[in-house]
Design a protein. Sequence first.
Length: 151
Amino acid sequence: MVTASSTRGMSCMNAVDTNVLVYFLDANEPAKQAKAQDLYSRLSQPPVNTVLLWQVAGEWLNRLRKWEAAKRISDADVESYLRDLLAVFPLVVPSSQALGQYFGLFNRYSLSHWDAMLLAACKEAGVTTLYSEDLQAGASYDGVTVVNPFA
């Protein structure tokens, strides 16, 4: 586990939103799965700096548990997928200071609660590029630029 303060200062830091991780595994969306797998491969190669944000890990685990309940995957799969992801991307846990950034982002950009939380965690961790289909592609939120890998 890495704290947000220990990632600051790294140039060109990346993060992925939950939807990218979901599509990485979701064979029901083959076109998006191929794009997500390609992005994952590129972001996991040095010298690319990519982190896994705590909120994204939690949301992704929630989706995996839903797939488990639907008998799409097993409990062992859930654990394996998380272990594999943590072996590639360091987990970054935000501090309470991210909550202060949350309010500014929420109010200035009229974001949803969860999007503002995610961007606040990105900002605190020094993330400069967030890969997501849920936010406006090309938009910059206080230095965090959104790229839609599925566009």
